[in-house]
Design a protein around this ligand. Structure first.
Ligand code: ITT
Length: 197
């Protein structure tokens, strides 16, 4: 099976992408190819940060790779936490603190519309970086529901569902998630550069 490098330090993202691509391509982590640096995400957009991460791994290892910059954009908060989703609750990073801060920010607010966004950036395959995006919209719950997934999953319910992302099976989440959609958008483009089934 062909291999591709997925430039993330987030084990949950890696697990999801391995599941999404399990019949298509073997997914290799930066650590698997000797890259252990913590890349500083200095961009202000998902595209900028995705490019920074993919370029860092490509420059250091020479392997073409694909990064994922993602986050949760909440309408009532003007799109926050957005690109700052990972560190929204402060340092050290904790999913529980992120969730707590978001629930507090929306306390008593009936406008709970939000979308998860994922931007993938593929570097080293073609002369210019390739960008694709995936999005899933829904609402922010008022309490935590479920124990699966990661990040904000226990407080996000996608449109058309009566369970949070943390209550879906991994395959169910991947079939509707921002990350799943972004990979669905990327695969037909990658086929021009990598042999895929
Ligand atoms: P890498 O940069 O190493 O890939 P990271 O966790 O720092 O890992 P991001 O900067 O893209 O990645 O931040 C993404 C954050 O957005 C993540 O930490 C969660 O808080 C949130 N997030 C993204 N996708 C999510 C998902 O599917 N479910 C729940 N939360 C998600």
């Amino acid at each position: 099976m062909q291999k591709i490098v997925f430039a993330t330090g987030n084990a949950h993202k890696l697990g999801e992408v391995r599941a999404i691509l399990r019949d298509i391509v073997e997914v290799v982590s930066p650590a698997d190819i000797g890259f252990h640096d913590d890349v500083e995400e200095t961009g202000t957009t998902f595209e900028e940060n995705a490019l920074i991460k993919a370029q860092a791994v490509f420059a250091a290892t020479g392997y073409p790779c694909i990064s994922d910059d993602s986050g949760l954009c909440v309408d009532a908060l003007g799109g926050a936490p957005g690109v700052y989703s990972a560190r929204y609750g402060g340092e050290p990073v904790s999913h529980a603190k992120n969730i707590e801060k978001l629930l507090q920010a929306l306390e008593g607010n009936e406008q709970r519309r939000a979308c998860f966004v994922a931007v993938l950036c593929a570097v080293g395959f073609s002369p210019e970086p390739i960008f694709v995006k995936g999005e899933v919209c829904g609402k922010i719950l008022t309490t935590i529901q479920g124990e699966g997934g990661f990040g904000y999953d226990p407080i996000f319910m996608a449109d058309g569902f009566d369970r949070s992302f943390a209550q879906l099976s991994p395959d169910e989440k991947n079939s509707v998630s921002h990350r799943g959609k972004a990979w669905t958008n990327l695969l037909p483009i990658l086929k021009d550069f990598v042999q895929l089934p």
